[in-house]
Design a protein around this ligand. Sequence first.
Ligand code: AMP
Ligand code: ZN
Length: 502
Amino acid sequence: MALFDQYPVVLSNSLSGKKETFNPIHPGKVGMYVCGPTVYNNVHLGNVRTFLTFDVISRYLRFLGYTVRYVRNITDVGHLESDADEGEDKIAKKARLEQLEPMEIVKQYTEDFHGVMRQFNILPPGIEPYATQHIVEQIEITERLLKKGLAYEVNGSVYFDVKKYNQSNHYGILSGRKIEDLMESGRSLDSQDEKREKIDFALWKKASPAHIMQWPSPWGKGFPGWHIECTVMSTKYLGDTFDIHGGGMDLKFPHHECEIAQGTAANGKTPVKYWIHSNMLTVNGQKMSKSLGNSFLPAELFLGNHPLLDKGYSPPAVRFFMLQSHYSSTLDFSNEALQAAEKGYRKLSNALKLTRTLTHPGARDVNVELEVELKRLTDECYLQMSDDFNTARTLAVLFEMASRINDFQSGNLNPGQVGKNVFETFLGTFADFMEQVLGLQEEQHPNGHLLDNVINVLIDLRKKARNDRNYSLSDKIRDDLKQIGVQLKDGKDGDMTYTIEN
Ligand code: AMP
Ligand code: ZN
């Protein structure tokens, strides 16, 4: 029996607003698309939270045995400054300001983005398509929508006809917004608009001669709209209807609402079975965003180099901080929360280290209650993650497991009190959920290798002192190391291990 059958995943589908049992379109296989960054700026910590959410979701689905095709795009054209199809293209604007080619901007910020993803141990997607590499497909789908009468051309631009679409479909199905309200609020804004209705959105925009990025099309020179890019890139690689579409909560409307409308109109099928939205990282309750000036870059966070930060924090401690809340809740940044996360992560990291050294002596004197508890904790890891990818409750289980692991290490509990298989599965599950599912590796110290070797030299000296019955030297080594935060632990048979404290 596959793990995904044993621990079926239940997820909150933003489309139905309910928790649903995950049942992929093709058994055992998952197609997942996540809106990637618009590469005109360094990614900030808020962006990282969203990509981390979907990293953990794809990791867990794979861990359960699914084959996951994960597509996350790069938006390198068409994302305008305003959601209402107004303002300059974000990348073109940056290129103009920096006097660079747009593709130089794209290269620079895509590399920055990949670097940040690596620092946070966020795994790359299987496919990372660029919008500019799919211009032909975007023109083709726009032509199809025109032929179906669901789009219209005005002065070299093509717009999606939301009102017409809504006659036989439901625009607002995802966001819960009502088309009448949207039309009402839009009407008073701008009478100059060439669109028939303010809620119509661009599939293709005419480019002025000064516009840097433009391509020939049946409607003259122009560039694609932001929403159509994601429709094209998701369905090209995952099919007309695929399993999971994700992104930050702020993309629900209009971006994802428009994707549903275009996909349904073009292909006659609803494009996505499960929509997942990750909530915002906030600072004092306000969304972290570049434009609000309350964002900081990962590099600033690591160095503590920002007025909002008391000190620097390591990438895994920050990863841990983000995983401590469920992806659907907002997460407020604070120094106190990060400091607590640093300690929590260190505790789990120390336990992870111990899983590599603890061994089972062969069963003796089995304690049934302890066995039941270890099996329950092992099971709970899966149950919590399968319950809408609840990383917060999974971490709580891992803390309970870490206490038992410390008990085994200190001798409070004896591994011989439980069967070898139970013991090893318990340790293995802890390590797998830490590393493979949550992506939390063992803490690396600067010069970690060297430090490890030096401590091992001291441990050898202490062992020798003990053999020579030189207990005062043995105690001195232990106490001096403790003073500098290295805790030696005496195991059975004279073995010694160490953990590094805060
Ligand atoms: P952008 O590059 O602005 O298109 O954003 C890339 C991704 O980051 C999108 O999925 C956004 O929803 C997400 N995002 C932006 N700001 C935040 C934030 N403060 N917290 C969480 N996700 C965010
Ligand atoms: Zn998108």
